[in-house]
Design a protein around this ligand. Structure first.
Ligand code: SF4
Length: 265
């Protein structure tokens, strides 16, 4: 049976991360995949109709194969996107992002004190420095901000930060109670009314900003997205793990008869 995959898919290359965000959707579990396995999976996805690979994790920039994987996708005619905390940005990674015209989303969740508290490490300055390096290198770079219930002030901060730092797109992601966030839902979770109020505020700000800033609302409570996990499973992920479906699994390299099971959880 042929899988019906989207044009764009999230592709986890590691669950390791150099941060410890309290709202992490895919927290560290020690899993990572090697270069050859990841190339094979990319080939498989691109031969099954996927055109755009969204590298994510964990933190994709700390996987040593990332530059080669970005180049591999481009050489096969695909497009790359990546979401990163930008705490580390080696020269090979920066060069590969530029050479492969990868669209980069940098996670930045508020000012120094708030952001460091949210990500569990003192990394604000490193992220901002690397964001500036990306922009200076001509890499298309936007900001993504996770907003939690008691931190809606972050919206104004993020807008001002983007306007003052040459960032032309800001995506607002309201907190989701999955991953590590499941255990922090009492601290960070929105009521329906709070979420609606924030969404209305984003709409008003978007109108007021006009073409100065492309302000977006990423509503993952209303949709599900395809994600390739580090073990090769393809999941249709919802706002909580209970609403995930297993779509199939990318066959391992030596398997001559791929199984594309449609096991439902
Ligand atoms: S949200 Fe991103 S940066 Fe934060 S711990 Fe999870 S993978 Fe790492």
């Amino acid at each position: 049976m042929r899988l019906d995959l989207p044009d764009s898919i999230c592709f986890r290359i590691t669950r390791h991360c150099n941060a410890r965000c309290g709202f992490c959707l895919a927290p560290t579990d020690g899993e990572t995949a090697d270069d050859a396995t990841l190339r094979h999976r990319l080939d498989w996805l691109l031969s099954h109709g996927v055109r755009s690979i969204h590298f994510c994790g964990g933190e994709p920039t700390i996987h040593p194969a990332l530059p080669d994987l970005l180049a591999h996708v481009r050489a096969r005619g695909g497009k790359n996107r990546i979401t990163t905390n930008a705490i580390e940005m080696s020269e090979p990674v920066l060069s590969a992002l530029r050479a492969t015209k990868t669209q980069v989303k940098v996670s930045l969740h508020g000012d120094r004190i708030h952001r460091n508290r949210m990500v569990g490490c003192d990394a604000f300055d490193m992220t901002v420095r690397n964001l500036h390096r990306l922009i200076a290198a001509g890499v298309p770079t936007s900001v993504q901000t996770t907003v939690v219930a008691d931190g809606t002030w972050v919206l104004n901060w993020a807008i001002d930060f983007c306007l003052g730092n040459g960032v032309t797109r800001l995506t607002v992601l309201p907190f989701l109670p999955r991953g590590r966030g499941h255990h922090r839902r009492d601290d960070y979770g929105f009521s329906f009314a709070q979420r609606s109020a924030l969404q209305d505020l984003v709409k008003k700000k978007r109108c007021a900003l006009g073409n100065r800033l492309d302000l977006r609302w990423l509503n993952l409570t209303a949709c599900r997205i395809h994600v390739v996990e580090v073990d090769g499973r393809i999941l249709l992920e919802g706002p909580t793990e209970a609403r995930d479906d297993l779509v199939g699994k990318i066959p391992p390299m030596m398997d001559a008869s791929p199984t594309e099971s449609l096991n439902r959880r």
